[in-house]
Design a protein around this ligand. Structure first.
Ligand code: C5J
Length: 227
């Protein structure tokens, strides 16, 4: 049990709690990517890498399900509507060439997950054209197929793709716990406010908890499970 989760304790369902790592991509986190092109200070996001890595290692050691998402688009941008592409500086839109390849386009170096958090064989990687990870993706079917009932969430950015995904997940019947140090925003005040929104009104979207409490709540790894 995660005892100091907000708004109240969270009972982890061993083996049925997937770790979902949202959009920890070079394009959002590194200085030459999409996030920086929009004028954001990307240094805020790097802080989430270490805590997310700790969660990945814990999940892998137990052989529990891990899902990574990437906000990404087809090379022809057929899945990127003008309502999304026409944001930011016109010279630096999704699909335009940058130092790490075309921004947020699948197959380009900038679209990959940062090396410290790279998926390992057996982990699902969901390419998502929207902010929510359930929109136009097979995520729900993947989770149901794995017998998942709970999502433990890490990733960026807290108020955009993380919050949207948690709301979508809640509507689909998944209980979600956000790990506070493993998520970040370009705007620290937005991160704080988003966590407050998630846990308000008795956990209207879900739970939030410190990393140490989540790790302390995990059972000992089964012999031979994961790596
Ligand atoms: C954004 C995301 N911020 N992954 N994407 O555009 O939160």
């Amino acid at each position: 049990m995660v005892t100091d989760a907000r708004p109240f304790e969270f009972v982890l369902a061993a083996g049925h709690a997937a770790l979902v790592v949202i959009d920890m991509q070079r394009d959002f986190i590194e200085p030459d990517g999409f996030g920086a092109a929009l004028g954001n200070d990307v240094r805020h996001l790097a802080a989430a890498i270490g805590p997310t890595r700790a969660l990945l290692e814990a999940w892998r050691a137990r052989g529990w399900p891990v899902v990574h998402t990437r906000e990404s688009h087809a090379p022809d941008l057929s899945d990127c509507p003008p309502s999304k592409r026409d944001r930011g500086q016109p010279a630096l839109r999704i699909g335009d060439p940058g130092p790490m390849g075309r921004l947020l386009v699948r197959g380009e170096p900038g679209c990959e997950i940062v090396p410290a958090l790279a998926p390992v064989p057996g982990e699902a990687v969901i390419d998502k054209p929207g902010k929510g990870a359930f929109h136009a993706t097979p995520l729900e079917a993947v989770l149901r197929g794995l017998g998942v009932t709970q999502l433990v969430i890490a990733g960026v950015t807290t108020e955009v793709c993380v919050q949207t995904t948690m709301r979508e997940a809640n509507d689909r019947g998944f209980d979600c716990l956000l790990v506070e140090e493993a998520t970040a925003s370009y705007f620290p005040e937005f991160k704080r406010a988003t966590i407050d929104m998630i846990v308000a009104q008795g956990g209207i979207v879900g739970w939030a908890a410190p990393l140490a409490s989540v790790l302390a709540a995990l059972p000992a790894p089964a012999a031979g499970a994961g790596g």
